[in-house]
Design a protein around this ligand. Structure first.
Ligand code: FES
Length: 121
């Protein structure tokens, strides 16, 4: 069953700004994930490059390039579209793994899926 898990408040995600990082369990493995705001909408992805399964931020929670148009991987420069996670250039091998998000009444929630679960404490 899908759950919606509180992630952050809407004001924590600024247009083209720092991401909000969080932990998930994806396909049984602990992974970092991140949420961003782009053209007014919120999006989230696993923090795992499709080129080599590495975290992508070049400084903590910094994924956008200087133009604010693309998400970049710090390791070899793969570029991804912020609104779909699709590969937009560089050595990526496919897109980012997208995580469902919803935003209402000033709060952002992420959505679990069969292969995507919260970390159990
Ligand atoms: S690991 Fe991301 S571009 Fe190579």
């Amino acid at each position: 069953m899908r759950e919606e898990i509180l992630l952050c408040s809407s004001q924590d995600l600024l247009e083209g700004g720092l991401a909000w990082g969080f932990d998930v369990v994806y396909a049984g493995q602990a992974c970092r994930a991140f949420a961003i705001r782009f053209e007014g909408q919120v999006y989230a992805y696993l923090n795992r490059c499709s080129h080599v399964a590495m975290e992508m931020d070049y400084q903590p929670n910094r994924f956008f390039d200087d133009s604010g148009r693309w998400l970049l991987c710090a390791t070899h420069g793969a570029a991804y579209a912020p609104d779909s996670g699709a590969c937009a250039g560089g050595p990526c091998r496919g897109g980012l793994v997208k995580i469902g998000l919803s935003e209402s009444r000033g709060l952002v929630h992420w959505h679990t899926a069969p292969n995507l679960k919260p970390v159990e404490f």
